[in-house]
Write a new protein. Structure first.
Length: 147
């Protein structure tokens, strides 16, 4: 028996979500910002930028720094929530798709089980309705008149 090789495909729910997101400019911008904000490049740029700003540009940077960092946190948390909403949407669509696929599979399995039961009953009836003959596993019958 050869192993089953399925084609490498992407989940239909994922393809639908990606297609919808690709068509919306605002969502593409949010995805790009979220991708950048979740990278180490973002961390390095901020570390270097804030260090240079505090050392060379401001004598007392703490109030302005607090304001900038607070505003940035507000916007970044919004992008995190957008990403979480995207994940929740995908998870729901995948669950809906999987449920439908499982219901179809259950229906097919039920049909196959019913067919197997029907065939088994027909075979059983055919075997018991056949006229009795020699036992295929026993000795051959003797012709009459021999002892």
């Amino acid at each position: 028996m050869q192993p089953l090789h399925l084609p490498a495909r992407r989940h239909p729910a994922l393809l639908e979500v990606e297609s919808r997101r690709a068509q919306d400019l605002q969502l593409r911008i949010a995805d790009a910002i979220t991708k950048f904000a979740g990278s180490m490049r973002f961390v390095y740029i901020h570390a270097v930028g804030f260090a240079l700003w505090m050392i060379f540009l401001e004598k007392s940077p703490w109030q302005t720094l607090t304001l900038i960092v607070s505003l940035e946190a507000i916007f970044l948390s919004t992008f995190v929530m957008i990403g979480q909403n995207r994940q929740a949407d995908f998870a729901q669509r995948k669950a809906d798709h999987d449920y439908v696929a499982q219901e179809i599979e259950l229906h097919h399995n039920t049909e196959v089980t019913e067919l197997i039961h029907r065939l088994t009953a027909e075979i059983h009836a055919a075997v018991h309705a056949a006229p009795p003959g020699p036992d295929p596993g026993g000795p051959p019958p003797r012709p009459s008149g021999q002892t």
